[in-house]
Write a protein that binds this ligand. Structure first.
Ligand code: FAD
Length: 385
């Protein structure tokens, strides 16, 4: 049996699996290797605050690989080494052992971000839900919240806390401070307009959230949560101080490209640590290895719609190569970078965005994202097509 190995089973990989599972010739099988269950970071921030939401950002990956088929799903398993024609995993599989040869490989390892933005590798669904419930209780028991990082993740978490603890129905308001290293929420150099920033700023002001720009928290805690020692005072690099009894880390996003770098450093952009790919998603210099999703070095937003589209293109190209291994790269399907778009939710009713160059306010953000956080779409991710 020839293997098509898929490393990681997030949003981009799930799309690739769906496109391949019924179309691979019978002498090929998928070997999907994942460290984690299905997780929806987009709803994780609300799930860390609002009781009842802990079920929404997590689901089993099991249904995507049909039981009893020739395809294999290796869960709670990490790829620790990439080779030209095989991967090495951290725990032996009963049939495959620890080194799994492949005809084609898709790397879809996404990015790391501190919990609860991403789950701990290997955490079970129950452990994730329990962890989210614990955070909800800690937020409730806190009076002052320090959010470190004022990009989209920090803004969204602060917005969720302020919307939930609005001073009504016995839910007393929290003192929320966002400390942001930049001098505006979303950078002009990245293409985000003044109007987008103003809309975010005025909504956060309206919720009583204070943002301190252009400075960093010194000696930030290593994890998100309520401080065991109670309220602490944190020094900022500009000399100011902020006191808080709960800290949320909205910094530390980093692409999971270490195994690629160790395999071939030239295939990773040194500046941003993203994988260099051709328009076909073949890893630069390696025709049988593909990289998709958040790890690829493309001039587009790191959003789930783009990640999903990568999965379809990568899978189509693998099918073409299986059909005719001599297909030149120039004849493979070429991906065109997706649009530069973003919607930042601010609680379940607010938010702002920039879509195709136009700034949109809270009503459009509510319709498009904030009220549902696309949970229904996520819950269908691992259901067989
Ligand atoms: C807090 C947060 C909020 C976000 N909000 C939005 C939003 O509002 N809208 C939007 O469109 N996008 C949002 N995103 C981005 C979106 O989640 C990503 O674009 C998307 O998840 C990328 O999918 P992916 O398949 O590349 O990687 P992921 O979905 O991250 O999946 C990667 C998978 O690979 C596994 N893995 C990693 N390394 C290994 C290994 N060595 N071996 C085996 N498995 C491995 C991981 O455990 C994980 O399951 C947000 C992201 C975060 C963190």
């Amino acid at each position: 049996m020839k293997n098509v190995v898929i490393v990681g089973l997030g949003l981009s990989a799930a799309e690739a699996v769906k496109a391949l599972v019924d179309k691979l010739p019978t002498e090929y099988r998928l070997v999907a290797i994942t460290a984690s269950e299905g997780y929806w970071p987009i709803a994780s921030l609300r799930a860390a605050v609002v009781p009842g939401w802990e079920d929404k950002p997590v689901t089993s990956v099991d249904p995507i690989v049909p039981k009893g088929s020739r395809h294999l799903l290796l869960k709670s398993t990490s790829v620790v080494e990439l080779r030209e024609h095989s991967v090495v995993i951290d725990r032996a599989h009963s049939e495959l052992g620890t080194e799994i040869p492949f005809e084609y490989c898709i790397l879809a390892t996404g990015s790391s971000y501190p919990w609860p933005c991403r789950p701990e590798a290997g955490a079970s669904i129950e452990e994730i839900k329990t962890g989210l419930r614990k955070l909800q209780a800690e937020v409730e028991a806190s009076s002052s919240i320090l959010v470190i990082g004022g990009g989209p993740v920090g803004i969204e978490f602060a917005g969720e806390v302020a919307a939930m603890y609005d001073g009504k129905s016995g839910r007393s308001k929290k003192e929320i401070t966002v400390v942001h290293g930049q001098d505006r929420y979303l950078m002009k150099d990245d293409g985000w307009k003044d109007g987008f920033n103003h809309s975010i700023g005025s909504q956060l002001d309206g919720l009583g959230i204070r943002t301190i720009f252009g400075t960093k928290v010194e000696d930030a805690p290593k994890a998100t949560g309520k401080l065991a020692e109670g309220k602490q005072t944190f020094r900022l690099s500009n000399g100011q101080t902020v006191s808080a009894d709960f800290v949320f880390l909205a910094i530390g996003n980093s692409p999971n490209t270490q195994i690629i770098k160790e395999f071939d450093a030239a295939a990773v952009n040194e500046q941003n640590r993203l994988a260099k790919v051709r328009p076909s998603f073949q890893l630069e210099g390696h025709d049988q290895i593909f990289a998709i999703g958040d790890i690829v070095d493309l001039p587009e937003s790191k959003i789930f719609v783009n990640a999903k589209n990568h999965g379809g293109v990568g899978a189509a190209n693998i099918l073409s190569l299986i059909h005719d291994a001599s297909t030149p790269t120039s004849c493979l399907k070429a991906y065109k970078s997706g649009p530069k778009i973003m919607i930042v939710s601010i609680g379940p009713k607010g938010g702002a965005g920039q879509l195709f160059g136009f700034v949109v306010g809270s009503w459009m953000a509510w319709i498009a994202k904030s009220r549902t956080l696309f949970v229904d779409a996520f819950q269908k991710t691992y259901v067989a097509a």
